[in-house]
Write a protein that binds this ligand. Structure first.
Ligand SMILES: CSC[C@@H](O)[C@@H](O)C(=O)COP(=O)(O)O
Length: 367
């Protein structure tokens, strides 16, 4: 998507032909910074410390990390060690394992001398494929927005609530939850987005709001706790969120707080959609609560917040007593029964084993 009048993806190969450039998302919305990753160590840090984040982008970054590793040492030992090191960075998004497994099984049969070039090529293909998957999600989600818009008075916007950032910054381009929103904009369908701030790291306030502002999408920032109130008053037409891992029966693991939004949506009859590319489906599990590992992140993410002060300095401040401990589970699981539909690149699936099987029969068979 565009930053100013220049098109950016979130990740690309540096002009030197081998470094991997990323948008360092820690500084947004205050500063737009690009960093170059030059080895596996830097790639692991970038994923773990959330310079890049969002399930699809984590996967593609890991694929490029494999390429950096193969350039330094194309041995089987390095292949396995890189898989282990990158896989240990963040536990919840299944796209990470999907990308690492795919890269390793693609590279293993190749002669060592060919592995680095092949790895860069394959990582680039995964990046391109991600963009195409997201375009597909956009087209399918757009049908839902269009249908709601058709029931509105002319010019009245479709009010969409989203949580966290499942935008272009969380993917290679377009985003998952935001892709239908961007396509609605291209069709001049009026939309308005309520952006949950998404404590503790504020991906909504910092990233989704920046995306919406940058693309002229009418939007309003709300605190996480305002969603239920707005739904009770009929201010939300639909919810669209992303996911880090969806199980074969349609349970959805996503950023902490998603479950509460789904409960409020269910209680108020508001459609609750989840937008996801098929690499985010974990076909090997069918009980999200039991089987999805939930990342526990540092307590400082709860006690300290980043912002820009009156002098223009980006800094961190403490908001709770030094002595108060904090817990920071980063994701939660929304049971399939609360999900209206799964918007995928192949269409909208019911959040159920049969619903997903109807769209992806070959994946179910392979699992
Ligand atoms: C298209 S991104 C889907 C999810 O990865 C997104 O909703 C999310 O929860 C991101 O969490 P994050 O901790 O910022 O990586």
């Amino acid at each position: 998507m565009n930053v100013g009048d220049r098109h950016f993806r979130t990740i690309w190969v540096n002009e030197d032909g081998w470094g991997v450039d990323i948008i360092d998302q820690r500084w947004l919305p205050h500063e737009f910074r690009v960093e170059t990753l030059r080895d596996v160590k830097a790639t692991a840090t970038a994923i773990r410390d959330m310079w890049v984040r969002g399930a699809p982008l984590i996967g593609v970054t890991a694929a490029y990390g494999m390429a950096l590793a193969m350039r330094a040492d194309p041995s089987d030992t390095a292949l396995d060690a890189t898989w282990e090191r990158l896989h240990a960075t963040r536990p919840t998004a299944i796209n990470l394992k999907w990308a690492l497994d795919g890269m390793r099984s693609f590279l293993r049969p190749l002669p060592e001398a060919e592995r680095a070039a092949a790895a860069y090529r394959r990582a680039g293909e995964l990046a391109d494929e991600d963009v195409e998957l997201n375009r597909g999600i956009g087209r399918n989600g757009l049908a839902v927005i269009r249908e709601i818009a058709g029931r509105k008075k002319p010019g009245e916007p479709v009010n969409i609530l989203t949580h966290c950032n499942a935008g272009w910054l969380a993917t290679v381009d377009y985003g998952t939850a935001t892709s239908p929103i961007y396509l609605a904009g291209e069709e001049n369908i009026p939309v308005h987005v309520y952006v949950d701030e998404t404590r503790p790291r504020n991906q909504g306030a910092q990233l989704t709001a920046w995306e919406m502002a940058g693309h002229g999408v009418p939007h309003t920032l709300i605190v996480d706790n305002a969603g239920g109130h707005l739904m009770q008053r009929g201010a939300i037409d639909m919810v669209i969120v992303g996911t880090d891992r969806t199980t074969a029966n349609g349970d959805v693991c996503n950023k902490i707080g998603t479950y509460l939004k789904a409960l409020a949506a269910h209680d108020n009859g508001v459609p609750f959609y989840v937008a996801l590319p098929s690499p985010t489906i974990d076909w090997t599990i069918s009980d999200g609560l039991r089987d999805v590992p939930i990342e526990e992140r540092a307590d400082e993410e709860v006690s300290l917040v980043w912002g820009r002060d009156a002098d223009g300095e980006v800094r961190q401040v403490r908001i709770s007593p030094e002595a108060t401990p904090a817990a920071n589970p980063a994701f939660d699981v929304t049971p399939a029964r609360l999900v209206t539909g799964l918007i995928t690149e192949r269409g909208i699936a019911a959040a159920s084993t049969d619903g997903l099987k109807a769209l992806f029969p070959e994946k179910v068979a392979a699992a």
